[in-house]
Design a protein around this ligand. Structure first.
Ligand SMILES: CC(C)[C@H](C(=O)O)[C@@H](O)C(=O)O
Ligand code: SF4
Length: 477
């Protein structure tokens, strides 16, 4: 029996896509309606300039949300302004553009300012079933709500500003299922590092990944955002998680979430947003949660990830082109094959970013640090993902825990995730980081990055070495 097209089982991705098609060309290319356009200062100046030069306006300013994050200083004196000219020009341009074009705007001195991917969900701009775009690759984060969230380039930013639509070809469907339950000490970050270690950074190329399975269902929204945030590091166009009661509870009551009868109607629709029984995926990966260990990266690509109990791999153990890449990675990272990962000494700890800069991440780090101190010679920085995350942490006394442990307690921004502001590693410095990219120079010229969960980064700070949180948790503070 052939199932009529209208009733053919569809994936979550298919459903959101279909609901947003404005126009379809013969070759399948579509014009999609965009529900939310998030804007930061790095990828928007030319786009606004393009509008200005052609006398156009922003089509839907009430759906356009601007916030500076990459270049802002995170020190308490940041109202004094930005020293670096390039950074200052970008932040000033956003300020001028946001006001001139009348978009929603959280300036640097607003308590709601923060990393764009933390602010969107926090304010209730990001909702299930929406299309969300931003001139930023980690827009995938918003997929945690069951929203189709794409990173776009600057010319596309201009197109969306002007038309509230985006030209897109449809990606293929990929399913990543995490069955069973996570062991103690294992977090969303470990799941996603493990996934990328298995698929490689190109494994998701041309696909939208839907993450599902018991271990995903059991994650908080914070954990789900950590997973979707790194979909892009696995090469995918976007990551998605079907919305459920956890999602609705997170969204309800947020400033821009629907209210009253609109809320009821919205939830009724959101409940239809899941992949139908029998829906076809082009690619499937299944991992047992029980098999996932606390995971860290050893190299200069997010796929260079291993359980903390492993040793630094020998380049010859890889196949093809990866042999040279691994050799170069080890050289850059200053590591020797065969060395236990837990022998790697660190100089710095960075807790923050759109991957792990939310309140739960800060709580997890503080739980490890309570009554403990950074190892001698190790410097640490906690950078909340938004002003509201910072305020919440202070209400819970987490700032005191961090300060007593010897960490700096900063204002919100991207900070040392990519060091576009003064928060950078010095050449040769090695950092336990909760961010998402360990590329050469990512956190500062010749800086060395090991990616891991907030609890693992905190534990590394205390011992001065990469540390297995499971063994650490048994030691008295
Ligand atoms: C600056 C911006 C365009 C970039 C991105 O697209 O991801 C940044 O956020 C990053 O994480 O490298
Ligand atoms: S926190 Fe890092 S990954 Fe996230 S948007 Fe900022 S620079 Fe990009």
């Amino acid at each position: 029996m052939t199932i009529p097209a209208a009733h053919a089982p569809r994936t979550l991705y298919d459903k959101i896509w279909d609901a947003h098609v404005v126009d379809r060309q013969d070759d399948g290319t579509c014009l999609l309606y965009i529900d939310r356009h998030l804007v930061h200062e790095v990828t928007s100046p030319q786009a606004f300039e393009g509008l200005r030069m052609t006398g156009r306006t922003v089509r839907a300013p009430e759906r356009t949300i601007a916030v500076p994050d990459h270049n802002v200083p995170t020190t308490l004196d940041r109202q004094q302004g930005i020293d670096n000219a390039e950074s200052r020009i970008q932040v000033d341009a956003l300020d001028r553009n946001a006001r001139e074009f009348g978009v929603v705007y959280y300036p640097v001195n607003d308590v709601r300012q923060g990393i764009v991917h933390i602010v969107g969900p926090e304010q209730g701009w990001t909702l299930p079933g929406m299309t969300v775009v931003c001139g930023d690759s980690h827009t995938a984060t918003h997929g945690a709500f069951g929203a189709l969230a794409h990173g776009i380039g600057t010319s596309e930013v201009e197109h969306v500003l002007a038309t509230q639509t985006l030209i897109q070809g449809k990606s293929r469907n990929m399913k990543v299922e995490i069955t069973g339950r996570l062991a103690p000490g294992v977090t969303a970050k470990d799941i996603v590092l493990r996934i990328i270690a298995e698929t490689g950074t190109a494994g998701g190329t041309g696909h939208v990944i839907e993450y599902c399975g018991e271990a995903i269902r059991n994650l908080s929204m914070e954990g789900r955002m950590t997973i979707c945030n790194m979909a892009i590091e696995g090469g995918a166009r976007a990551g998605l998680i079907a919305p459920d009661e956890v999602t609705f509870a997170y969204v309800q009551g947020r400033p821009h979430a629907p209210k009253g009868a609109q809320w009821e109607a919205a939830v009724a629709w959101w409940k239809t947003l899941f992949s139908d029984e029998g829906a076809q995926f082009d690619k499937v990966l299944t991992i047992r949660a029980e098999d996932i260990a606390p995971t860290v990266t050893w190299g200069t690509s997010p796929e260079d990830a291993l359980p903390i109990t492993a040793t630094v791999p020998a380049p010859e153990s890889f196949a093809g082109g990866k042999v040279d890449a691994a050799r170069r990675s080890l050289d850059y990272m200053g590591l020797t094959a065969g060395m236990p990962l837990t022998d790697i000494a660190i100089d710095a700890v960075f807790i923050g970013s759109c991957t792990n800069g939310r309140i739960e991440d800060l709580r997890a780090a503080a739980d490890v640090l309570r009554g403990r101190r950074l190892a001698p010679g190790v410097r640490g920085m906690v950078v909340p993902g938004s002003g509201l995350v910072r305020a919440q942490a202070e209400e819970e006394g987490l700032d005191t825990v961090f300060l007593e442990a010897g960490f700096e307690w900063r204002l919100a921004g991207c900070s040392m995730c990519l060091g576009m502001n003064p928060d950078q590693l010095k050449p040769g410095e090695r950092c336990a980081a909760t961010s998402n990219r360990n590329f050469e120079g990512r956190q500062g010229y010749k800086g060395r990055t090991h990616l891991m969960s907030p609890a693992m980064a905190a534990a590394a700070g205390v011992t001065g070495r990469l540390t297995d949180i499971r063994a650490f948790a048994r030691e008295p503070a």
